[in-house]
Design a protein around this ligand. Structure first.
Ligand code: SAM
Ligand code: ZN
Length: 399
């Protein structure tokens, strides 16, 4: 068995690369497992996250300069090595504070034969990003994939990405963003979360909103190009632009989303407010619950999503079916793009009707002239611009 400094290794394959990761079974026999406690981090469940990062880089690389990229928290280095092998980038800075992770990354870089394209560092992520924060030294793309929340590192990322460049953020603190711990959400993201059936979408919007607000302090505007969420993480791809006016425009897309716990009606208040004004539900009169400040603008950029879909047929992905299905769903929901989807089970619960099939509900809404789609956030979800009273009437007709 291959070993690195006494660490048993096993060879695995992702995309077009074969690389070494800690041998979990051997470690389990020695110590007892938990992925977070592996001597060097590797999570096979994040393969789709890495697949889509490769696809995104290839997609934006078609129209933009994406030559210098950075992965400041890299674990075993698989993501950075995949960038070097599977995309057109010229140089990847791969970093991890854990020296064993950096040593394993070096081994994986050699194994893939990309020594000329990848530099390995073992620094604190912020120190690395700071080293590349001067104009001319910045990266075209930074992919931040920390344990838990990316919030503490956002400012360092803004410094190290060139204006016009791209930033990808993974947040695995979904419980915080989805409202299980509102105090933590306020602390990390400066926003009030809300436990609703569409809390995963609110999580994406809160993360984007927090990033937009923080970037505005540097006169930087952020634009979401592609975002999604799965059960255990939220992922956003943002483009950065320089300029006070652009930052003001981005800030103007922040606001509050109100939710009526009684009838499921939603209401948005655009604009950044220092407090949450009381709002009564326009449908039933109940005081509504607020979430935010959060991003109320579009979560997707059509050209980017279409370019990503086009790239899928050109890359070797083991989870191609999942990637294809995710992007296809996003492409449809992008056309509706109204904050806050509904779920058929929650509608049934509130309206005391049998749950409708989401596909039938979408068809019925479209027949009446409303925009409607399924959503990638959940198979139970329907996104529509129809008000809740219309949903109620249509659902009564479907049952
Ligand atoms: C979620 S893992 C990264 C996984 C990797 N990006 C991938 O796709 O497989 C987070 C990594 O961040 C590293 N880390 C934690 N704190 C750090 C810091 N302050 N600076 C640099 N790396 C850090 C950990 O050692 C761990 O390997
Ligand atoms: Zn109501």
């Amino acid at each position: 068995m291959e070993e690195l400094q006494g660490l048993p290794l096993v060879e695995v394959e992702e995309g077009s690369v074969r690389f070494y990761v800690p041998e979990v079974e051997a470690l389990r026999r020695r110590k007892g497992p938990s992925t977070a406690r592996l001597p060097v981090f590797y999570n096979p469940a994040m393969e789709l996250n890495r697949d889509l990062a490769v696809v995104f880089l290839r997609a934006v690389g078609g129209a933009h300069r994406v030559k210098r990229v950075c992965e400041p928290m890299a674990g075993c280095g698989v993501r950075g090595v995949r960038f070097a092998v599977e995309t057109e980038v010229e140089w990847v800075a791969v970093n991890d504070l854990n020296p064993k992770a950096a040593a394993l990354t070096k081994l994986n870089v050699e194994k893939a034969g990309v020594e000329g394209k990848v530099s390995v560092f073992s620094l604190d992520a912020e120190e690395l990003l700071c080293r590349f924060s001067a104009p001319g030294k910045r990266f075209d793309f930074v992919d931040l994939d920390p344990y838990g929340s990316p919030a503490p590192y956002l400012d360092s990322c803004f410094r190290a990405v060139r204006r016009g460049g791209f930033l990808a953020l993974t947040a695995t603190d979904t419980a915080t963003l989805c409202g299980v711990n509102p105090k933590a959400c306020l602390r990390k993201y400066g926003a009030k979360p809300l436990k609703t059936e569409y809390c995963h979408e609110l999580a994406v919007r809160i993360l984007v909103g927090a990033a937009v607000r923080l970037a505005a302090r540097r006169d930087i505007a952020l634009k979401p190009l592609f975002t999604y969420s799965t059960d255990h993480y939220v992922r956003v791809y943002l483009q950065m632009f320089k300029g006070a006016r652009k930052a003001d425009e981005a800030l103007s897309m922040l606001g509050l989303l109100y939710h009526c716990l009684r009838c499921l009606s939603r209401h948005t208040l655009q604009g950044l407010k220092p407090y949450h004004p009381a709002v009564k539900c326009g449908e039933c009169g109940l005081s509504m619950e607020a979430a935010g400040p959060l991003w109320l603008g579009s979560l997707w950029h059509r050209e980017t999503v279409e370019a990503m879909e086009a790239e899928l047929s050109k890359v070797k992905l083991r989870r191609l079916k999942e990637a294809r299905s995710l992007l296809a769903k996003v492409r449809l929901e992008m056309e509706v793009d109204v904050p806050g989807y509904y779920t058929v089970d929650r509608l049934a619960e509130v309206f005391h009707s049998p749950p409708a099939s989401p596909v039938r509900l979408v068809k019925a809404l479209r027949k009446e002239g409303f925009k409607a789609s399924l959503t990638h956030f959940t198979p139970q979800g329907v996104r529509t611009d129809a008000p809740v009273k219309i949903l109620r009437r249509i659902l009564a007709g479907l049952s």
